[in-house]
Design a protein around this ligand. Sequence first.
Ligand SMILES: Cc1cc2nc3c(=O)[nH]c(=O)nc-3n(C[C@H](O)[C@H](O)[C@H](O)COP(=O)(O)O)c2cc1C
Length: 173
Amino acid sequence: MNAMVVYESLYGNTAAIGEAIAEALRGRGLETESGLISRISPEVAAAFDLLVVGGPTHQHGMSKPATRRTAVQDAANAFADPTVEPGLSEWLTDLPDTDGKLGAVFDTRIDKPVFLTGSAAKGIAPRLQGSGYRLLAKPESFLVTMKNRLREGEIERAGSWGAELAELASVSR
Ligand SMILES: Cc1cc2nc3c(=O)[nH]c(=O)nc-3n(C[C@H](O)[C@H](O)[C@H](O)COP(=O)(O)O)c2cc1C
C-alpha cells in the first residue's frame, strides 16, 4: 500500500505535522510521499491508496484568499514557502472522484476549546468523503500556542497518529 500526505501551511506548523505523519507511515512500511498542496496536484494525490490531507484553521474553517494574504504579509512569518494559491478548498475542488480509497484529515488550530477556535479538519472531512474517500479516523487537530508555535509534544503525537493510521489502513483493505 502507498500513501500521500498533503498539506497547506502558512507558517510551517501544518507542514511539520504533515511530515511527522508521513515519517510515521514510512516507518510502518507504507511507501509514502508528502508535500505542500502548491507542489502536488490533486490528480497526482488521487493515485495513492491512502490520502492524508491537512490544513491550518483560519476564521474557524479552511483558509480563504484574504486569510492567506494576512499570513503571507505578516512580518513575523519566517516560513519559506507559504501556501498562496491554490488554497486547500480550491485544491479539494479539483480532487478527482475515487471509488472508496482511504483518507484521513487533520488540521492545526489554537490550543483552546474547539467551539471557540473552529476546526479546518471538520470542513476537510466532508469534502474528502464527497470525493468518495473512506475516512480511517475522526478528523484530528494538532495545537499551536497563541504565539503560533506547535505546543510541546504535538510532533510526537502526530507520529503516533500516523502510526495509528497505518494500522487502521492495514486492517481495512
Ligand atoms: C488569518 C488567520 C486566521 C486564523 N483564525 C483562526 C481560527 O479561527 N481558529 C484557530 O484555532 N486558529 C486560527 N488561526 C491560527 C492558525 O490556526 C495557525 O496560524 C495555524 O494553525 C498555523 O499553521 P501553519 O503554520 O501551518 O500556517 C488563524 C491564523 C490566521 C493567520
